[in-house]
Write a protein that binds this ligand. Sequence first.
Ligand code: RNT
Ligand code: ZN
Length: 428
Amino acid sequence: MKYPSISKDKIEENYGRAKEIYSLYGVNTDNVLNTIKNIPLSMHCWQGDDVTGFEKGKEGLTGGGILATGNFPGKARTPEELRMDMEKAMSLIPGKHRINLHAVYAETGDREVTRDQLKPEHFKNWIDWAKKNKIGLDFNPTIFSHPLADSGYTLASRDRNIRSFWIRHAEACREIAFTIGKELDSPCINNLWIPDGSKDMPADRLTPRKILKDSLDEIYEKQYDSRYLLDSVESKLFGIGSEAYVVGSHEFYLGYVFTKGLILCLDSGHFHPTESIADKISSVLIYSKELLLHLSRGLRWDSDHVVTLNDQIFSIAQEVKHCNAFNRIHFALDFFDASINRITAWVTGSRAALKAILSVLLEPTHLLIQAEEEGNLGDRLALLEEFKTLPMGSVWDKFCIESGVPAGSEWLNNVEEYTENVLLKREK
Ligand code: RNT
Ligand code: ZN
């Protein structure tokens, strides 16, 4: 074995000590473990095949402002391979999670089905698989990587035919997501993101936004039972090929969700490089019941690096805790790295997001609030620093073994074995 495995006894022993230390601060680690078990991440299927999907007659992702780079071998080529890879990844991530699908992961057999004609039946295998594994599913219309997205405009296009095609697609996706939610008896979030924008300075920023609003009004006209379908919209600041202008900006959707009662999606990589979404959470929660977060890591001009346990992700989780909003926030992952082992990417990002959540659940927040209320801002700052080195890792390891997944770096041995036996045997 390349990487060490920590014995169960050691993990229990360390956990016992950590539990004592946390209890001195008034935190019950057993309760925290019970809480985190019920916080699902929606794990994105598209990390497994570089956002390619299974559409007939298509050569993968082109244009549209998102791009996976790298060519690590072993990418999933079929729905079966993708599901198998996801099962592997999930077996190395503690807790119970959901899977996030995109419309291009439809299974249409030998038939070519245009995106505006997709039906719930094309997701039957996914639904059966989710039932078998007892997991919930979320959904996304795929409004990019398509000839009708080549102009850079889709739902905001001035061309009525292009626009209508994407409206029909988005409507079809709501129907599919609703059916998924109903079949699995768990609300399916259908998240809409479009790449529409312009590489260089537009003369008219208003008209495309008016058109987009009209398109959205048409898409969301039909009412669905919110026990099965939840609709969200995702903004962006800029993308590759849309550096000067993005129609669906933050302000645009912020206004839209509040007038329409939809859910806002904040992607942590979709803002200025130093702008964090953490401080937006409390503001949105004043006006909105729920919020969807796309956890990602922006790096210079890219919004989709694998999540790591950095200040950004930590402060997002911290805001959710400080707003007491774990029951109002939907956590989804959104990154795609094709330059490293794709399973490693999934597991690293998911474990990092969960570690951020765990460490804020363990934070003695009441002491911070107390110091703040007393006006003792020195203590508030000092405590924040002290809490950073509390023995979170020992509770994390316990969470892993309780969930039946490897603690520490041992999981990399599993990935290595799977890579040799499965991934590297796949032909290009
Ligand atoms: C793109 C958005 C969007 C996509 C996925 C594939 O910038 O973040 O969420 O990453 O839909
Ligand atoms: Zn996103």
